[in-house]
Design a protein around this ligand. Sequence first.
Ligand SMILES: NC(=O)c1ccc[n+]([C@@H]2O[C@H](COP(=O)([O-])OP(=O)(O)OC[C@H]3O[C@@H](n4cnc5c(N)ncnc54)[C@H](O)[C@@H]3O)[C@@H](O)[C@H]2O)c1
Length: 354
Amino acid sequence: MKILITGGCGFVGSNLAVLFKQYYTESEVYCLDNLSRRGSEINLQKVLAAGGQFIHGDVRIKSDLERIPKVDIVIDAAAEPSVLAGKVPGELENLIDTNLNGTINTLYFAKKHQAAIIFLSTSRVYPYDTLAKANLETTPKRFNLSNDQTFVGISQQGIAENYPLEGLRSLYGATKLASEYFIQEFSNNFGLPAIINRCGVLSGPYQMGKIDQGVIVLWMAKHFWKGRLGYIGYGGLGQQARDVLHVRDLFRLVQWQIVNLGLLKGQIFNVGGGLENTVSLSELTDLCSQITGNDLEIGSSFENRPGDLPIYVTDNGKITDFCGWKPEINISTLLNEVHEWFKSDEASLKAILS
Ligand SMILES: NC(=O)c1ccc[n+]([C@@H]2O[C@H](COP(=O)([O-])OP(=O)(O)OC[C@H]3O[C@@H](n4cnc5c(N)ncnc54)[C@H](O)[C@@H]3O)[C@@H](O)[C@H]2O)c1
């Protein structure tokens, strides 16, 4: 098996690369990355140590992809993954060029080699302006989705694939949804096996968490290195909640998808931690304090961030019905692994994460 992972030194890409090399020692894993995400140079060392091959390149540049040999499978994990990206001058072009044009360049590469493509899309394709109107139940520690909802595709179990797409979704979400459309068209017109995984929050070791992306690791890092944190919006109590999927659970799913590519042409799946692995910021604070032994005083600000949501939960029903896949790793285990990762490489990670 020959695999190209674009963004192969990012959080998801490097984890998948290392796991592929561990599980399939004979596989050839090419990781293309422009190392633009701070910390990806640290993940690169993990990829190389596992036996992956690094290609310094940029998905915005078609000829960079042309340098790569024929592969069987492409995993598209190169992105500017921040939901806030695009508003600052200069960011917008990079966002669209990387997330949309980069995916189109990757599709040309897949078409040339008749390779299958697995795309890491996002829950952010679902519009925030309608999701923000979801009926909630509130406890002192968290928001929950009520079972009484007005839209189709949303229940206490979370958001399903038939949730209506009309509405605003952020510039980031728009680049990912537009990419999905091109993937489906390439799949249909040129016979490429393609799978679209609309992921909720993913986390685990090698995630270089920052304020606008990778909140689980950011929260843990601020506890570990005793930094500053704040609950932003929704009353400032940290009740906003997300489901969280460990990247190793994602790998188990990708393993199954690769074996079953023929069944799955152009299919879209919501993929996330699900209701059982949903955590609020306030609960996350408790878990991080328990694990690190450090209590932080968390600040508050009352103004909601544009495009933010009080809660998002992935309804994994479709993929679970399809193949039985379910998340297996809980949030506490995930945080403990992140804690061990910090301790194993404290000096270099401190400069990036503290
Ligand atoms: N992490 C999450 O919670 C999450 C959730 C949903 C979807 N996703 C999707 O998963 C994918 C991977 O996300 P991640 O969390 O690993 O992000 P990441 O930022 O850790 O990794 C992305 C990698 O892409 C590289 N990159 C950026 N621009 C590039 C370019 N023009 N050419 C080549 N490489 C480039 C970066 O250097 C980085 O190593 C993305 O497509 C993202 O949209 C992530």
